[in-house]
Design a binder for this molecule. Structure first.
Ligand code: NDP
Length: 324
C-alpha cells in the first residue's frame, strides 16, 4: 500500500510518498481502509521533530474510513463499519492499524469526510469550551486564529455556550469566515494591536478566557487581555513554542491561571471519547456545527498540504484522500 512516511525530520520535503507493507492488526487492534486523513498542526510538529518520534514513521493523527479486518479479540467494531479516530498515528496511508478502543462509529447522518474533518478539531473545541474553561452565558472569550481548523469550531462551540466571542485572524477573508462562524467582533491581529482592541471592547475589564493556539507571537499579549483571575488556555504553537516563563508574572498581571491542555488528557477513557465525539457528530448532523473543508488533496500531495497550512493559507480543514 501507499503511505506518507518520514525518514529524516525536516520541512515538507521530508514527507515521502512510498510503497510500504500492508500493516497487520495485533491484539486489540483494527485495520481500517482510510478514506480521508485529517491534516493537523501536530503532523508538522512530528515532521519537523519538534515532537520527536523514532524514524521511519507514518504520519497522521486523524482519519476515517471502513473497517477492513479486526484482531480476534476485538468486539467494539466489525469489518464494514464506518469509523473515525484520532490521537493514533498512521492515518496518512491507504490502510491504518488503530487500537479498537479509539474507534468512533460514524452516524449514518454524516459523511466519512466530515467525520475525518471533525473528530480531532471538533473534540478539541468541545473540551476547551466545555471543560478547560466551561463557558457560560455572559462570559467573554478571546479566540486566536478564529478562522482556523480548531478556531472556527471553537468559535461556534463558545457561542453555543452563550459566550461573547472576540476572534483574531490574519486576513480580511478570514475575518469574514470568523464572523460567519459567529464571532461577535473580529480583530486583524497582523494590522491592529489585539491587546488594545480587547481592552477597548471590554471597557478595560479584560476577557474571562483566552484560547491561544498561536503561541510565541501572541502569548504575552494574551495574558494582558485577561481580567484578574482570568484563564489562558495555551493549546498550540502555530507561530512557535512559548519561551520559558517566569510564573511571578501571573501574580503581577492579576493572579492569572495558565494551562497547557492537550486532547489526549480530555478523552482519557472510552466513555469520554464517545461522549465528546458523539456531541460533535450530532451537532454537525443537525446543522448546529459547520465544518469548513478548506480543500481536499490526494494523499500523494501531503507535502503541499503542510506548505499551505504552515504558510497561513488555509481556513478550516485540509483532508488527504488516499483514493484520489
Ligand atoms: P489552523 O487551521 O489554526 O492553522 C494555523 C493558523 O494559525 C494559521 O492559519 C494562522 O491563522 C495562525 N497563525 C498565526 N501565526 C502563525 C504562524 N507564524 N505560522 C503559521 N500559522 C500562524 O491549524 P489547526 O486548527 O490544525 O491547529 C491550530 C493549533 O491548535 C495548532 O497550534 C495545534 O497544534 C493546536 N492544537 C492543539 C490541540 C490540543 O489539544 N492542545 C488539538 C488540536 C490542535 P491566521 O492567518 O488567521 O493568523
Amino acid at each position: 500500500m501507499k503511505a506518507i512516511r518520514v525518514h529524516q525530520c525536516g520541512g515538507p520535503e521530508a514527507l515521502i510518498y512510498e510503497e510500504v507493507l500492508l500493516p497487520e492488526p495485533g491484539p486489540g487492534e483494527v485495520r481500517v481502509k482510510v478514506e480521508a486523513a485529517g491534516v493537523n498542526y501536530i503532523d508538522t510538529y512530528h515532521r519537523t521533530g519538534l515532537y520527536p518520534l523514532p524514524t521511519p514513521f507514518t504520519l497522521g493523527m486523524e482519519g476515517a474510513g471502513v473497517v477492513d479486518i479486526v484482531a480476534p479479540d476485538v468486539t467494539l467494531v466489525k469489518p464494514g463499519d464506518r469509523v473515525a479516530w484520532c490521537m493514533a498515528r498512521g492515518a496518512y496511508a491507504e490502510y491504518a492499524v488503530v487500537p479498537a478502543n479509539k474507534m468512533v462509529p460514524i452516524p449514518a447522518t454524516i459523511t466519512t469526510e466530515i467525520a475525518a474533518a471533525l473528530i480531532l478539531q471538533g473534540m478539541t473545541a468541545h473540551y476547551l469550551a466545555l471543560s478547560t474553561y466551561p463557558l457560560k452565558p455572559g462570559d467573554t472569550a478571546l479566540i486566536h486564529a478564529a478562522a482556523g481548523g480548531v478556531g472556527s469550531l471553537l468559535v461556534q462551540v463558545a457561542k453555543r455556550a452563550g459566550a461573547t466571542v472576540y476572534g483574531t485572524v490574519g486576513s480580511e477573508d478570514k475575518a469574514e469566515l470568523a464572523r460567519q462562524a459567529g464571532a461577535d467582533e473580529v480583530i486583524l491581529y497582523r494590522e491592529d494591536d489585539f491587546e488594545a482592541e480587547v481592552q477597548r471592547l471590554t471597557g478595560g475589564r479584560g476577557v474571562d478566557v483566552v484560547y491561544d493556539s498561536v503561541g510565541a507571537t501572541t502569548f504575552d499579549k494574551s495574558l494582558n487581555c485577561l481580567r484578574p483571575r482570568g484563564l489562558l488556555a495555551l493549546f498550540g504553537q502555530s507561530s512557535g513554542p512559548v519561551p520559558l516563563f517566569n510564573l511571578q508574572v501571573l501574580n503581577q498581571k492579576g493572579s492569572l491561571f495558565v494551562t497547557r491542555p492537550t486532547l489526549g488528557h480530555y478523552i482519557q477513557d472510552r466513555r469520554e471519547l464517545i461522549s465528546r465525539a458523539g456531541d460533535v457528530f450530532i451537532w454537525a448532523a443537525g446543522g448546529e456545527l459547520a465544518v469548513r473543508i478548506d480543500r481536499t488533496l490526494p494523499l500523494s500531495q501531503a507535502a503541499e498540504a503542510h506548505r499551505l497550512l504552515e504558510s497561513r493559507q488555509t481556513a478550516g480543514k485540509v483532508l488527504l484522500l488516499p483514493n484520489e
